[in-house]
Design a protein around this ligand. Structure first.
Ligand SMILES: C[S@@+](CC[C@H](N)C(=O)[O-])C[C@H]1O[C@@H](n2cnc3c(N)ncnc32)[C@H](O)[C@@H]1O
Length: 199
């Protein structure tokens, strides 16, 4: 029974696919919108910036980021789930038509981006699914010097101590690493990490 529950959970949220994945996506779009909003704010984006959003899920953060970088910036979303890419494409139809948003198959470990091509990278509720050292190294590689990464994750889904994220970030070369636990009324604390690629 526990194994079945884990499988359904993974199909809905971790590696969304099929109907369960789409239901999970609809739920995430509501429940995680506050976290996506905050992550976009923490990225300190400006018009013309280039941003990579890893594990965008249903695409709420992509739309918010597009608003922050318009009219000349670029938001690239990468997610390994075809179901989530489809939901995000439909949510961001207008932004895609305006060439503000692009959506591709990819992961934190393999974004497909050029070296030093992004001003910022955002990840909400997917760091627990990465091979973390590879993911942090990849995000460091795609950020320009001075660029910043913002990672936010529910405390209850992260299977390691939050401090491990700081260690991973430092190991990958990031500096000015800020790690906080933000208490919330209706959910476990949000773990938020903001770090910079040295200029
Ligand atoms: C729990 S959902 C979070 C979606 C959205 N950011 C949110 O908070 O509502 C996890 C997402 O991460 C994606 N994902 C799975 N493995 C990943 C990886 N290695 N790198 C990046 N994203 C991954 C999944 O396909 C899924 O869309």
């Amino acid at each position: 029974m526990a194994k079945l529950m884990m499988r359904v959970f993974d199909q809905g949220f971790g590696h969304p696919s099929g109907l369960v994945g789409r239901l999970g996506g609809a739920l995430m779009a509501k429940v995680n919108a506050e976290q996506e909003t905050r992550a976009v704010e923490q990225a300190g984006l400006g018009s013309g910036d280039t941003l990579v959003v890893v594990g965008h899920g249903p695409g709420v953060g992509l739309r918010l980021a597009a608003e922050a970088v318009t009219p000349k910036g670029h938001v690239l979303g990468v997610d390994p789930s075809a179901a989530m890419r489809e939901m995000a494409v439909s949510r961001c139809e207008e932004e895609i038509a305006r060439e503000l948003v692009e959506i591709r198959d990819g992961t934190a470990e393999q974004t497909g981006c050029a070296d030093a091509s992004a001003d910022a990278v955002i990840s909400v509720n997917n760091v627990m699914l990465w091979e973390r050292p590879r993911g942090f190294a990849e995000l460091f590689r795609v950020l320009r010097p001075g660029g910043r990464v913002v990672i936010s994750v529910h405390r209850h889904v992260l299977d390691v101590e939050p401090e491990e994220l700081r260690k991973d970030a430092v190991q990958a070369g990031f500096d000015r690493v800020d790690l906080t636990l933000r208490p919330r009324k209706f959910n476990s604390p949000a773990i938020e990490l903001v770090a910079h690629r040295p200029a």
